[in-house]
Design a protein around this ligand. Structure first.
Ligand code: GLP
Length: 256
């Protein structure tokens, strides 16, 4: 008898590069993702890490700090590049991503200050700042591991739907739902712009770890993982990246 094998579609073949893991809850997702990063650091002292802000990676930073406190990890040779920053904003402002990173992570591990980078929200010359940021990433040897969250509209970094696949670090206008309504300590103003690494900058990382948690991410996760590769879902381009791991909690995976 001849065995029949179903032929994989081109799309399915592409999809085999994504490793999707479903964890029980946010706590487990945070712990597993911290261990994921810790393993990479134990393999390479001078790891170049791409970092994300937002609610999702808060637990990852908390757990990484815990592992660091056990004495297992040394960040002294690590270089970091954050994905994005509001613009214009002072890095000292409480709402800046620079402050978020300091409070949640940098203040608690031994990364030398001059080895942590974010796009400078106070830069006067935007184009120059964006080009220098790209150059800095390249001169560090490129990103080894990029951590990503995902917006409910599929954005990665602040690459909103419609972003070009070839985009690099640049100034972007945020979609309504991502606009910061109030800048602490400043007269009322809306912050609707940001500097963000581009899709290309993200795709050049050696490895990507994308995290998503909660019911509100379930639909976009299903569209990203099961849907077509489309500029309407920026995260869908990750199907074409050779090394992507996606950690989801059960809620975020509930529509897969
Ligand atoms: C943010 C960031 C993204 C992040 C996303 C999701 O504002 N610019 O890098 O991944 O939106 O955020 P959250 O993790 O809070 O859902």
């Amino acid at each position: 008898m001849r065995l029949k094998y179903r032929k994989l579609s081109y799309r399915e073949m592409l999809y085999t590069t994504m490793e999707v893991k479903v964890l029980n809850n946010y706590d487990e997702l945070s712990k597993k993702s911290a261990v994921f990063v810790a393993k990479r650091l134990l393999q390479k002292d001078n790891l170049v890490l791409g970092l994300a802000t937002g609610d999702t990676p808060k637990g990852l930073y908390r757990e990484l700090v815990k592992i660091y406190q056990t004495g297992l990890l040394d960040f002294s040779e690590v270089t970091t590049f954050n994905l994005d920053e509001y613009y214009p904003i002072s890095p000292e402002n409480a709402a800046s991503f620079a402050t978020f990173m300091k409070e949640r992570f940098f203040d608690h591990v031994n990364i030398p200050e001059d080895q942590s980078h974010l796009p400078d929200g106070s830069a006067q010359e935007v184009e120059k700042e964006c080009k220098e940021y790209e150059d800095l990433i390249h001169s560090a040897g490129g990103i080894d591991l990029q951590i990503l969250g995902i917006g409910t509209n599929g954005h990665i970094g602040y690459n909103e739907p419609g972003s070009k696949w070839g985009s690099e670090t640049r100034l972007v206008t945020l979609k309504e739902e991502n606009v910061l309504e109030d800048v602490p300590g400043e007269p009322a103003r809306k912050l609707n712009k940001a500097l963000t690494m581009g899709i290309k900058s993200i795709m050049q990382a050696q490895e990507v770890l994308l995290l998503a948690s909660g019911r509100k991410k379930a639909e976009i996760i299903a569209r990203t993982i099961d849907g077509e590769i489309s500029r309407e879902v920026p995260a869908s381009i990750l199907h074409l990246h050779p090394s992507v791991t996606i950690y989801l909690d059960r809620d975020a995976a509930s529509e897969l």
